[in-house]
Design a protein around this ligand. Structure first.
Ligand code: CO
Length: 166
């Protein structure tokens, strides 16, 4: 099992069994984790992503980041749990591990995220809309679940008006 000790992070693209493996819980909230999260954020920004999960950098730990570049700020979620509250929405998703692949995915709309931050402090937040979708997409990665297993209809890249990759 890989640890947080990769020197240079790169995006793992499908097919790759690391993307379909349930990740291990994070138990140590140390400098190594903080450095990894900083590198993971940089990797996401380099690829114009709005979310990224540790296994997408080849690290099989329950850590992910969502950043929609809005008032919700950078959300680092360690060992996340999601409770579904209400609603259902279908929207197009993409994924940094599936370049050029987009598809409509139906997900619950309103959710409650319970997770730990980089210092191990538990937090909860409620989300709906695209923030909720991005959180669910990243939490799925930590279970080894890929959005392609939930796509109900693929969409051609040229037919997309605006999209964001997770
Ligand atoms: Co993804």
């Amino acid at each position: 099992m890989e640890d947080f000790t990769l020197t240079e992070l790169k995006i793992v693209t499908a097919p790759d069994e690391r993307l379909e493996t349930k990740c291990e819980e994070v138990t140590e909230f140390n400098q190594e984790l903080h450095d990894f999260l900083d590198d993971l954020f940089d990797l996401m920004m380099e690829h114009d992503g709005i979310g990224i999960a540790a296994p997408q950098a080849g690290v099989l730990k329950q850590a992910a980041i969502v950043y929609l570049d809005d008032e919700s700020g950078i959300i680092e979620m360690i060992n996340p749990k999601i409770d579904v509250l209400s609603g259902e929405e279908t929207e197009v998703e993409g994924c940094l591990s599936f370049p050029g692949i987009f598809g409509e995915v139906k997900r619950p709309d309103k959710i409650r995220l319970t997770a730990q931050d980089r210092n191990g402090k538990e937090f909860t937040l409620e989300a709906n809309g695209y923030l909720s979708r991005a959180i669910q997409h990243e939490a799925d990665h930590l279970e080894g679940l890929l959005f392609t297993s939930k796509v109900i209809k693929y969409v051609k890249e040229e037919d997309l008006e605006g999209y964001e990759e997770e």
